[in-house]
Design a protein around this ligand. Structure first.
Ligand SMILES: Nc1nc2c(c(=O)[nH]1)N[C@H]1C(S)=C(S)[C@@H](COP(=O)(O)OP(=O)(O)OC[C@H]3O[C@@H](n4cnc5c(N)ncnc54)[C@H](O)[C@@H]3O)O[C@H]1N2
Ligand code: MOO
Length: 768
């Protein structure tokens, strides 16, 4: 494939809260900041401490540890216990007031009291430190405000010796400050640049530090394109920063939405003992006198005494007193008396569904963040729910730019048929957006572009435009965005095709600029819009399966190459007609094989695969490396806990006589010292590495199915950090494959753990 993964920049979130530290309530802002920073490409962790002196101590520890960024949460207000700025100030070599102002200004758009935060920002050694107010809203606003500033600030602090987490770009100078102001947007660096005030980029430029965004704005020169992986991560982070609100939705309307809370069982499943056959419920010794009949839906009377039976239907509640169930075809009935030989009673009697066999009351069925599928709807109903708490489905407006486009009939006389108006809404709907058909193509004038964007932004969360991303005589997208005071989060991406794509924020809405070439537009939608939608809906960045290549693919130098491919038993097979203006190949393809920069990929190499449409089970790589049925059921790096037994069950197959499972559990000691908690950090590539490892184990002809999950985030003693399960025909092969899977994970997965010891110290250790 390509060079090994790079070390991501490190961030530490310090939560200053006496009550959270004491466990009086759960810290919600810290995890939000950690998740947002991760999405921005950081390896982020979190400590929770009391206000004041403990914050200073935690700050010093972070600085000693050489992290690149510290974000504190809480303690910035005006109450006597709010001491975070006081303990931060003495540690800073210099302050960057513009960053602190940008964070405050972003919050003050919606919450005027954000102005009461006294948070500071500045540099200690080579670490950027930012104080953020303690609420979850403040955390979200801070992420949104910092997203565009961090890459440049960190790149400058590191002397550009390390690639920043996500490239961003300041807006071009607005044609007039009036038009920039007219949008009313609180875009941090945008308003600063336009106003020429001493805020954000202004003061940074003056001090000669962290001036990337300032100088780009001043010179109007283009910044380097964002790497393809960072572009996906930045779009996802932007979505999370504007996470859509949750509401209870009736089951009938919840398909495709994302669960905003864990789905639990309201009753045991089944709720009561039921018969799984048509037959007889029996009490005591034979023969049994039939005393009644129970149909499904009835509440039965008890079987009065030994030697009695009730005729039961499949699904009927078993009468109290039932000892055994006899299926009708194994029963003999004469004169109202039943005889026969029921199977011995016990948990596994197939005629009898015991209450709670599927789930105990209150059991976690599906975790928050999962997509609502038809099965989830059915399960929710079975478990007693009438509504589901889900994030609102993002609304996307599509606007097609181009005078040359016809919306009916064949292309002729220099005019092309608009291919994207029909294609994009359908594509985006499949990825979980609500999208109307676009209005007719927008004329190639700046006024028409500005009016169209304004109109679309009025009631969409995201506007996807097509065309006009370049600087041709008829391209007006940048000028229109500038007129609306937009801030660029991504402006060109190092990928082919699709290079000129962009993501910008206007107020609290987003614009995704897709290139006009149809294939490039689809790639840009998959690169920026799909991760953005996932973030807005509270879902993870869609994981990319690792697939073997059926044929070699060329690299594209410093750019990522997305090569059209079809998935077959032999892996990803390149598909012809993949040019940026073509759709012929795409119509027959499943998606794109990803060749990362700096490498060509040979036949048989394992590469990430970007699907055009979501897989039926996004976690299940569609190809496992074997054509004859071995599958990777799940290979996932996740912040959410799972049910270890369910994971092992998932690899059961009719022909597999053996299931071997391993669960790695956080223990309470390490190297002779007591361990109290752990935090796992994963490199952004960890998911792809895990998928590749799983595919490798699944390629073993003895293996029927593989499932593996690794946890990230904060874990306590007793929590499961790694589960691996393999099924095979016989036990020796199952044990061997499971052991190999675990060893490969430990050897290759780019995961670090931060161990907290009982004596109050902590240390980083590579891998599980
Ligand atoms: N001098 C340069 N020219 C171009 C460069 C470059 O680097 N230097 N990059 C090329 C790349 S890469 C792409 S991609 C395109 C992107 O251009 P725009 O986003 O500005 O798109 P347009 O110019 O409006 O259209 C490009 C092409 O696509 C056709 N088109 C547009 N919309 C549709 C639609 N809805 N359905 C079907 N076809 C559409 C349009 O007619 C043009 O042929 O720029 C290159 N140029
Ligand atoms: O990169 Mo353009 O997006 O070749 O078509």
């Amino acid at each position: 494939m390509t060079a090994g993964p790079q070390q991501p920049p490190r961030a530490r979130v310090i939560v200053a809260s006496q009550r959270a530290a004491a466990g009086v309530y759960a810290d919600r802002s810290g995890p939000l900041l950690v998740e947002g920073l991760r999405a921005l490409g950081f390896a982020a962790d979190r400590v929770v401490v009391g206000d004041g002196a403990p914050v200073a101590e935690a700050l010093r520890a972070a600085l000693d540890g050489g992290v690149d960024l510290v974000v504190t949460s809480g303690g910035t207000g005006v109450s006597p216990t709010d001491r975070t700025p006081e303990v931060t100030a003495p540690l800073l070599g210099y302050q960057i007031p513009g960053i602190a102002e940008a964070v405050r200004a972003y919050g003050a758009r919606t919450v005027p009291t954000a102005a009461l935060s006294r948070g500071l920002a500045g540099v200690a050694g080579r670490t950027l430190v930012v104080n953020v107010a303690g609420s979850t809203g403040a955390a979200r606003d801070a992420l949104a405000a910092l997203g565009p500033l961090l890459p440049h600030a960190l790149a400058q602090l590191r002397g550009a010796d390390h690639p920043p987490p996500a490239e961003t770009r300041a807006p071009r100078p607005a044609s007039g400050s009036a038009s920039a102001a007219a949008s009313g947007s609180a875009a941090a660096s945008g308003s600063a640049a336009a106003s020429g005030s001493a805020a954000a980029s202004g003061s940074a430029a003056a001090s000669g530090s962290a001036a990337a965004s300032g100088s780009a704005a001043a010179s109007g020169s283009a910044s380097a394109p964002t790497s393809w992986e960072q572009a996906r991560a930045a779009a996802h982070a932007a979505g999370l920063a504007a996470l859509l609100p949750a509401a209870d939705v009736p089951l009938a309307g919840a398909d495709g939405a994302t669960l905003a809370a864990d789905l639990t069982a309201r009753t045991a499943l089944p709720a009561f003992d039921t018969s799984s056959v048509d037959g007889y419920a029996l009490r005591g010794a034979p023969p049994w006198r039939v005393v009644g009949r129970v149909l499904a839906g009835a509440r039965p009377a008890p079987l009065p005494d030994g030697g009695t039976a009730a005729e039961v239907a499949t699904g009927a509640m078993l009468p109290p007193g039932t000892d055994a169930v006899l299926r009708v075809e194994e029963a003999e009935v004469a004169g109202g008396v039943v005889t026969g030989t029921p199977r011995p009673a016990g948990a596994a009697v197939p005629e009898w569904r015991a209450a709670g066999a599927e789930a105990a009351a209150g059991a976690l069925l599906v975790p928050a963040g999962a997509a609502v599928t038809p099965a989830v709807l059915g399960l929710a109903a079975a478990a007693g729910h009438d509504v589901l708490p889900v994030h609102r489905v993002p609304r996307v407006a599509v606007r097609v730019f181009g005078d040359e486009l016809r919306t009916a009939g064949p292309a002729a006389d220099g005019q092309l048929r608009d291919a994207l108006g029909p294609a994009l809404p359908a594509l985006l709907r499949r990825w979980g957006a609500e999208v109307d058909a676009p209005p007719p193509p927008i004329a190639d004038t700046l006024e028409a572009h500005v009016a169209a964007l304004r109109d679309a932004l009025a009631d969409a969360d995201v506007v996807c435009t097509t065309g006009g991303t370049m600087r041709g005589p008829a391209d007006h997208l940048h000028a229109a965005l500038d007129a609306l005071g937009a801030t660029y989060l991504v402006d060109t991406v190092a990928v082919r095709p699709g290079y000129p794509m962009l993501l910008a924020r206007v107020g609290d809405r987003y614009v995704v600029g897709l290139p006009g070439n149809p294939q490039s537009a689809v790639i840009a939608a998959l690169t920026l819009a799909v991760p953005l939608l996932a973030g807005l809906g509270g879902r993870d960045l869609p994981a990319l399966a690792a697939v073997p290549l059926a044929a070699a693919l060329p690299g594209r130098g410093g750019d990522t190459h997305l090569a059209l491919a079809r998935l077959t038993g032999a892996g990803a097979e390149p598909v012809p007609h993949g040019g940026s203006a073509m759709l012929r190949g795409l119509a027959l393809a499943d998606g794109y094989a990803v060749v990362l920069p700096g490498a060509a990929a040979g036949a048989g190499a394992t590469v990430p695969f970007l699907p055009v449409h979501p897989a039926a089970d996004a976690a299940a790589p569609p190809v496992s490396g074997r054509a004859d049925g071995a599958v990777v059921v799940v290979a996932e790096v996740t912040g959410a806990a799972w049910d270890p037994a369910a994971l092992a069950d998932a690899v059961r197959r009719p022909a597999a006589g053996a299931v071997a499972a391993f669960h790695g559990v956080v223990r309470d000691h390490d190297g002779g010292r007591g361990v109290t908690a752990l935090t796992y950090e994963a490199h952004p590539d960890a998911g792809a590495v895990l998928a590749a490892v799983a595919a490798e184990v699944a390629a073993d002809p003895a293996v029927h199915a593989v499932a593996v999950r690794h946890r990230v985030g904060a874990l306590g003693v007793g929590d499961v950090a790694l589960s691996a399960a393999v099924s095979s025909a016989h036990r020796a092969a199952a044990f061997a494959a499971c052991a190999r899977l675990v060893e490969l994970v430990k050897e290759r997965l780019p995961v670090w753990k931060h161990q907290h010891f009982a004596d109050g110290t902590a240390e980083w250790v590579h891998c599980a």
